[in-house]
Design a protein around this ligand. Structure first.
Ligand code: DGY
Length: 336
């Protein structure tokens, strides 16, 4: 690898295109290496481009693992433009004193909005109905045409009751008069449960009770395929499943089979096991609404996420000669 002379200002790599005005804020503090074409870099390319950088601003699409860290012992801070941290090996970072930051809270309401949009669209068959119209097939009204499941007054199940899960619960309880049940490793304080009108149940209880189940938990080895064939079979026959969390939480192949077989009623997915590639069976599965990982994708929220990631990097790296070298690195776990 080429030897770099020490930069006059800390050198930072941004892996993806960001908003120009927010990039300009970074440029006030750092020597920037960027990616104006927004190309998806391979792991090898990321490793090569990180040469001489003490800061890395990345997205959930880039993997920061022990091999990358070992190739770049000068790296001090990783600023992830995402709340989820499953793309980053936190233990490897902690072991090497690399500080990791993320962008919680600013995306809670926007992501909950998308969760509800998918829930409504899937339960009421919006995508199928629109495709039917666009194909020019609508010749008459029929009593059971695209008859879906009601959302209002039904039971909303939430797996993973962190900040986004609670925002989903509020929409269901206050906006749609839904009964809310949830499962989470740790139960919420009673006052929070009461304020949300939410009741803790076991995972089995959640699968059995929910008319519509929304997944909002972090992706970890423990949550890999937490919804697979057995769980889908345990859901109500007409139930809706929505995943706004991470690919890999749902076994996509099992979900496609369950939709084909009518094991559950409908599903809405924003995230996928090998995104941006989709399991081919999902493309032909019935009663399935698909979006390309846009949960946090309102313009205002994406700007807020990038702004926070910029602030995090500046705070971590712009405060003295030993900037970014935290005395006791404490990686923040993704919210549950
Ligand atoms: C997040 O913040 O984790 C969103 O899913 C974007 O990656």
């Amino acid at each position: 690898m080429a030897a770099f002379p020490p930069p006059s200002r800390p050198r930072v790599l941004i892996t993806r295109r960001i908003f120009p005005d927010l990039q300009a804020r970074l440029a006030e503090h750092f020597e920037l290496l960027d990616n104006p074409d927004d190309t998806l870099w391979s792991a090898a390319e990321l490793r090569a481009r990180l040469a001489g950088c003490v800061g890395l601003m990345c997205t959930a699409g880039e993997r920061v693992d022990a091999a990358l860290l070992d190739a770049h012992p000068q790296l001090r801070v990783v600023s992830n433009i995402a709340v989820g941290l499953n793309n980053i090996d936190l233990h490897a970072c902690a072991a090497r004193g690399v500080l990791v930051t993320h962008t919680p809270d600013v995306l809670n309401e926007t992501t909950a909005d998308l969760g509800f949009a998918l829930l409504l669209a899937a339960a009421r068959k919006l995508s199928e109905a629109e495709r039917y119209l666009r194909r020019g097939e609508w010749t008459k009204w029929a009593i059971d045409q695209f008859a879906g499941a009601d959302v209002h007054g039904s039971t909303l199940g939430i797996l993973g009751m962190g900040r986004i899960g609670q925002a989903v619960a509020r929409r269901g309880a206050l906006g749609f008069g839904m009964k809310v049940v949830y499962h989470n490793r740790s139960r919420l304080p009673v006052e929070t449960e009461q304020a949300l009108g939410a009741r803790w149940v076991t995972k089995d209880g959640l699968l059995a009770e929910a008319d519509h189940l929304v997944l909002v938990l972090p992706y970890t080895p423990a949550s890999h395929h937490i919804i697979g064939a057995a769980e889908l079979a345990a859901m109500k026959p007409g139930a809706t499943l929505v995943n706004i969390a991470r690919g890999g939480i749902v076994d996509d192949a099992a979900l496609a089979r369950a939709l084909e077989a009518g094991t559950i009623g409908a599903a809405g997915l924003d995230v996928y096991e090998n995104e941006p590639a989709l399991h081919p069976a999902l493309l032909s599965a019935p009663n399935l609404v698909l979006t390309p990982h846009i949960g946090s994708g309102s313009l205002a929220t994406r700007r807020a996420m990038v702004g926070l990631a910029v602030d995090n990097l500046v705070a971590a790296l712009d405060c003295g000669p030993d900037a970014g070298r935290p005395p006791a690195p404490a990686p923040k776990p993704a919210p549950v």
